[in-house]
Design a protein. Sequence first.
Length: 295
Amino acid sequence: MAKISKEVKIGIAFVIAIFILYYGISFLKGVNIFKSSNLYMVVFDDVSGLTQSAPVTLNGFQVGLVSSMALDADSPGRVIVYLNMDKGVKIPKGSKMSLDVSVLGSATVLLETNPYTKENYSPTDTIIGIRKKGMLDAAGGIVPQVEQLIPKIDSILTGLQAIVTHPALDQSLNNISQVTTELTKSSKQLTALMNNLNKDIPAITGNFNKVSSDLAGVSEQINKMDLTSTYSSIDSTMKNIQGLSEKINSKEGSLGLLLNDRQLYDSLNNTIGNASLLLKDVRENPSRYINVKVF
């Protein structure tokens, strides 16, 4: 058996090294040279976060990789993304290619197939891709608003610092402390008052019970009284008084005649007047009426 020369061995090793280098570079790019694939072109307006070898998934299962990216010569503002899709994967027309960027910044191309058609894209067709609005996009819209709020927050903090360092705040806190102390004293006094009241309540309750018992006794005595006979006696007395009053006012009785006869009144008045004149004359001229003889 002929020996292999050193030069041949070096040549074979060099070829194997080149093959390994090519395979390694292709693997790093996400291209599996031992697996057949189809190359599709997807156009995106924005590929921020997307890198080579980024996965292409269908319902969460990886069906391809991003091979490379290049600017669209016809539309410089757009980017053509070349996808190496597995040989058995077919993309129906009308399917969606969405670029989804996670919170950590890693990007994934999501394939959403169109189930309503059997016509598929060919590798020469260009698919229009869309970019999904993720949390990073929302954060990008929030950042300007936060920047606008920073001066306002700074102003609010400055105002709070001025309030905190103002001497009136210390005075207010001292006043609050004094009020709290007074409230504590008042609470203690109120507690003592309530304790005294609790001690006096049984005696007060006993007095109320005694008064209630006395009132019950008086009520019982009133119930025992013969109110009917009492009312009858009072009614009879009132009738007698009414009859006496009628007799006095009438001119039939002596008292009625005396009170109601005007002529009798005048006669009595004249008689009293004459008697007064007679007594006056007797006092002034007693010799007219008393005859005294001295021997």
